[in-house]
Design a protein around this ligand. Sequence first.
Ligand SMILES: NC(=O)c1ccc[n+]([C@@H]2O[C@H](COP(=O)([O-])OP(=O)(O)OC[C@H]3O[C@@H](n4cnc5c(N)ncnc54)[C@H](OP(=O)(O)O)[C@@H]3O)[C@@H](O)[C@H]2O)c1
Length: 258
Amino acid sequence: MTLKNAVVTGANRGLGLEICKQLLEKKEYQRVFAICRSTSPDLKALEKDEKLQIIDNIQVMDHADTATRLTDYFQSTQLEPIPIHLLIHNAGAYGPSEGFSSFNEERHSQGIATITPERIRFAFELNTAAPLFITQALLSNLRAAAPEAKVAIISSAMGSISNNTSGEHYAYRASKAAVNMVGKGLAVDLSKDQIAVGLIHPGFVFTGFGNIKERIEGQRDVDESAKGVLDAVDCINLNNTGCFLHGNYGEGVKLMEW
Ligand SMILES: NC(=O)c1ccc[n+]([C@@H]2O[C@H](COP(=O)([O-])OP(=O)(O)OC[C@H]3O[C@@H](n4cnc5c(N)ncnc54)[C@H](OP(=O)(O)O)[C@@H]3O)[C@@H](O)[C@H]2O)c1
């Protein structure tokens, strides 16, 4: 069995934290690199497992600085790049944090009357551009793990064009639809390097996402969602590269409609 290295962005809370937890429990992973802006107590607590390495103070919307820091971290002290077998782009947000006190308030910031250039720009920088530029920065590390290397982008059903029957959410929906295209492009371009790419909808999950303070009907637990995401990761391969999957809370991975 190859011992693998995984990298997860947005690892300090929510889905990213739980994905790190579950990866640490898997025998095939020898290292889990947890990328975040600032280390939370929950992430710090995972450090008792020496397989976890925290890389903090990474501002993924500052693309140039992130690329430099990650390239330095994963290459500078090594003769060969550290192989990355799994890169999970998880960091994401509905929009800029503008002090909304509820999800209702926040969602109304992306309607036809309220959407602003700043909110569109923010969502694209974070949800669309960051996964592209981080993949670019870590390409030699992914190549070093091929043909076992996988890139998983946490997308959303909200980025599915055929699923959009309720309108609104302009910045979030458009940035996730656009990252689906980024993922598809990476799948085509990286197939010659034998690196597989997949887009994953994690389901509707009760995390800190979107200022939802109290659980909404239909929201699932974060551990079920992370289990589904990692099941979907297992399904991604060089034959289906560029697929859009629903982790389905560990109850059987499903294909998503674009
Ligand atoms: N929850 C859902 O129902 C749901 C559904 C579909 C898709 N998703 C996707 O799942 C992913 C994880 O979301 P979640 O539910 O775990 O949400 P969450 O609890 O709000 O966590 C979001 C993560 O992204 C990071 N992040 C947010 N803004 C950032 C920024 N400007 N720069 C760097 N990092 C930033 C956060 O770090 P900080 O602590 O530093 O802010 C945190 O680690 C996202 O891509 C989201 O779009 C979630």
